[in-house]
Design a protein around this ligand. Sequence first.
Ligand SMILES: [Zn+2]
Length: 345
Amino acid sequence: MATKIIKRKLCKQPPTIQRTFDPGVSQHRRGYILSSDLKWVNSTEIKFIFIEGAEPQKNVVRKAFQTWKALGIGISFKEVSTVDDSMIRIGFDLSDGSWSYVGREILNIPQTQRTMNFGWDLTADSYGMTTAIHEIGHTIGFQHEHQSPFSGIEWNTQAVYTEFSGPPNSWPKSQIDSNIINKLPANQVQGSAWDPKSIMEYEFGPGLVLQPVQYTNGIFPPGILSANDIKGVKSFYPVVAEKSIVKLQLQKSAPIKARSGGQADFIFTAPSTKKYTFQTIGQMDTVMVVSEKAKTENHYMAGDDDSGLEKNSKISLPFVKGRDYLINVRVMYASDNQGGSIIVS
Ligand SMILES: [Zn+2]
């Protein structure tokens, strides 16, 4: 007996915001910057707020955040109560689809707008939790698996247009292109192989895939985090070992040892209650995040991004005597012969 295929509403991604650069930024440097541009600085506490919604719906999303965190990753999530304090703004507009902007792209979205939406009842069945884990996957920087340039998928394009222009998705051609047909740039994709079991993979019925031939009858991901999803997120955001965090001393520069795409982590204990300034030195493109270190988590305070600009990351903040502050520096690009350093004053 043939299995009945349920046609589901699928995640409907907004188009990627194309980053622009000053003409003086070389292609080589742009490539490096773009390859880690979506990724949050590891150890960041990502703050989210629900701008609407009923508690049972919110609870599915809260549990989905916990599901990612429980894998053992360096980033963390915190629900906040004011929009001013939020990075992620979550809505439940049923007239819209389910979607999320991707990774740090979110920081470009005005605070008056949502960065994630759920367009169907998350409590109806297990697909609600699948949807919530998937959208959070986008929020932390992951893209659709079926759009991986390594998938080798060749679509029956006419069948794909027919399928998704009809109910329940009813997407225009442009949405079908940007969500299914178009392949992503290789430097925006985690890993080098396609994972058809990924939470970031859609379910596709028969007749849509021409190649690889074993998927002509459809792609049916299980709707939970796959082994490769777990491996991927843990290498994207590893838990930072205490012993690898370098202690910063006032007025003494410390080398940033990470290369392009890597991260260097520092800790500073405030000797008195006053304002301190952290600054990178040298020709590097960096994103710097400062957090207060608490017992079990870090509380995000501020971030600065100098990538693609002829300036350095710099953050000034008032600190409290005796407290520990983490300074995480993601190196987006460092030219081969020049390193950089960091100083606190
Ligand atoms: Zn999606």
